[in-house]
Write a protein that binds this ligand. Structure first.
Ligand SMILES: [Zn+2]
Length: 326
């Protein structure tokens, strides 16, 4: 299956639901579906129009246009290729060999994605050990975060295993971290799920970070008194915030962003109100050839103290103020 075939098989309303824009309420009118645009976060009129015939969309307000994969990619801050993979794993988990070229791969009989995922996530999690060590923790200068386990990824590599839960606190997927990188279970979407340090309480503050090491650094710098979530990637920030707010509408959200373009792009997709902080490397000694961008790098690469990190975190910026100035 290639991207064009995937687009044909996707259901426009299912893709809108998967995007999870909180304003979304699709309505059919003739051969098109109208909705609030999840790309520019429209909330006044249903400017998004999706053709039920060819599964192409146009937004009459921001002028974005493309297929359903492009709609999902732009709404979630993802590369087209990653959007293909995530949509395929959500809706067609057994057709994962995607190319842009037509493929002649035979169709396999398939289980639904929820059947498949329920078995594998809990099985995989139960096979992991609650105690262990991993070089990633020492490299990042963090202690073992509570709630994580140790186990093997799909290729047998010893990994730190991070449980990602949905807003209803059910285990949704696992992230494996080892010397080859960070990987989620490949047949399940991690979008809208997160790993949590501490317990969310309505009305209190919640910090949101991308990576687990960053979340752990923030949690330690704030003396483990403030709840911190790791959402895994910039593309998941806005989606996860929306999912969390459905269950905890009065949480005070603070984004502890990476100093990166992807994070800045993601910032524009988060529904206000929120505040945010970005690590400041201007006074840091950065070893040559090393790339730094997150709050953990301040400690693990630049040798800053947890007090320095706390000071930087508390210099928050208010999104509404920034918007007024723009
Ligand atoms: Zn738009």
């Amino acid at each position: 299956m290639n991207a064009r075939e995937l687009n044909e098989q996707l259901e426009p309303t299912e893709v809108l639901r998967f995007i999870g824009y909180h304003k979304s309420s699709p309505t059919a009118s003739g051969k098109e579906i109208r909705d609030y645009c999840p790309i520019h976060k429209g909330n006044k009129q249903k400017s998004l129009s999706i053709s039920q015939e060819n599964h192409l969309y146009i937004c009459h307000s921001c002028n974005a246009t493309g297929d359903l994969i492009d709609l999902y990619a732009k709404s979630s801050g993802l590369e087209f290729r990653d959007a293909v993979e995530q949509l395929a794993s959500q809706f067609h988990p057994h057709h994962l060999s995607f190319t842009r070229e037509p493929s002649s791969a035979p169709k396999l009989p398939h289980k639904t994605s929820s059947e498949h995922s329920k078995i594998s996530v809990n099985d995989r999690w139960n096979k992991c050990s609650e105690t262990g060590k991993h070089p990633y923790l020492s490299k990042k200068k963090i202690s073992s975060p509570p709630g994580v386990r140790f186990g093997q990824d799909d290729h047998g590599n010893h990994s730190l295993v991070i449980p990602f839960y949905n807003a209803e606190r059910r285990l949704q997927t696992l992230q494996f971290i080892n010397e080859h990188g960070k990987f989620f279970l490949k047949d399940i979407s991690y979008l809208s799920s997160f790993f949590l340090l501490g317990d969310i309480k309505e009305g209190e503050q919640l910090y949101i970070a991308e990576g687990v090491a960053t979340a752990m650094t923030i949690w330690e710098a704030l003396e483990k008194k403030i709840v911190v979530a790791s959402v895994g990637s910039a593309g998941n920030i806005a989606v996860a915030v929306a999912a969390i707010r459905k269950n905890f509408p009065s949480l005070r959200i603070k984004l502890a962003l990476d100093n990166s373009k992807a994070a800045m792009d993601a910032l524009h997709k988060v529904e206000p109100p929120f505040t945010y902080s970005i690590p400041d490397f201007s006074s840091a000694n950065i070893p040559e050839g090393i790339k730094v961008d997150d709050f953990n790098d301040l400690i693990s690469v630049c040798g800053f103290s947890t007090e320095d990190v706390k000071y930087q975190l508390e210099k928050s910026l208010d999104w509404n103020e920034k918007i007024k100035k723009e």
